[in-house]
Design a protein around this ligand. Structure first.
Ligand code: COA
Length: 243
């Protein structure tokens, strides 16, 4: 009899790439990642890994069910390390994960990888975690999409950098998504890509500056440091506030 095939290929601590350059930036958070193969995904994989399939996800596309499972497996490892084994990390109505009281975290996935970061909430007014993985937004998509992601000023700034424009654009997109994931749980409101701008991008560090006030303790001009790594066509950003 053949062994059962699972879409989950591996689960490991740390980041899938960029670990050496980025680890210091998010200490003392826990990070786990999960590699998966969406082509062999089946709903039985949830049972096999002891993960609940919420009704909101059960009706979604196969790809979505597969990535959600991989993300929850990575989150399960993070939560176990933080003292919450077997915690059922439900999605809220706004899609943000409902972390246990006192825990902050973030999730990201792309076609074959899911990553989760989490920590016990630091005793700081503004504290949060964001993580995001993206596949390179190359031409012609980048040419069509950039005005929704960066300003004309940021675009001009990117031409002064040694990285290709597609890499800068994808990094800007990813860093802004990481910022959103870190801030949304604090402010419970959406904000736009053009509400922040990249003012520094070099040597695995991106600095973002808010162009609008998002809360009394998050005025326009607030700055956020984000780590980044690039491997092949994948970019990864990690943002931690209040460590
Ligand atoms: C939520 C959002 C950030 C997800 O980003 P993405 O690149 O499409 O997808 P990722 O795989 O990287 O991240 C998805 C995960 O984000 C998390 N997420 C979803 N909504 C979230 C929110 N409001 N706050 C924090 N995290 C959220 C979830 O964990 C989700 O995975 P899951 O559904 O499997 O649990 C994005 O789709 C979105 O809605 N953005 C709107 C706001 C925005 O982007 N503003 C511009 C940035 S400044």
């Amino acid at each position: 009899m053949n062994p059962p095939v699972s879409s989950i290929l591996s689960v490991a601590p740390g980041l899938p790439f960029g670990q050496a350059a980025l680890a210091e930036g998010y200490a003392p958070a826990q990070v786990w990642y999960c590699r998966f193969d969406k082509t062999v995904y089946q709903d039985e994989d949830y049972l096999g890994h002891g993960i609940a399939l919420p009704s909101a996800i059960a009706g979604s596309a196969l790809k979505r069910r597969g990535e959600y499972l991989a993300g929850r497996i990575a989150a399960d490892r993070v939560l176990t390390a933080l003292g919450y084994p077997r915690f059922d990390l439900r999605p809220g109505e706004d899609r943000s994960p409902c972390w246990p009281q006192g825990i902050q975290g973030a999730l990201t996935h792309h076609a074959s990888l899911a990553i989760c970061i989490g920590w016990s909430r630091p005793e700081r007014e503004v504290a949060g975690l964001g993580i995001d993985i993206e596949t390179l937004i190359g031409p012609p998509r980048g040419h069509d999409l950039w005005p929704g992601i960066i300003s004309v000023e940021e675009r001009a700034f990117f031409t002064t950098l040694p990285l290709p424009f597609a890499t800068c654009l994808t990094l800007a997109f990813s860093a802004k998504e990481s910022l959103f994931k870190a801030l949304y749980p604090l402010i419970s409101r959406y904000f736009d890509f053009l509400d922040s701008k990249v003012i520094y991008l070099r040597d695995n560090r991106i600095t973002l500056e808010l162009l609008v006030a998002l809360a009394p303790n998050l005025p326009a001009g607030s700055r956020f440091e984000c780590g980044y790594a690039v491997e092949g066509d994948d970019v990864l950003t990690v943002l931690s506030l209040g460590a």
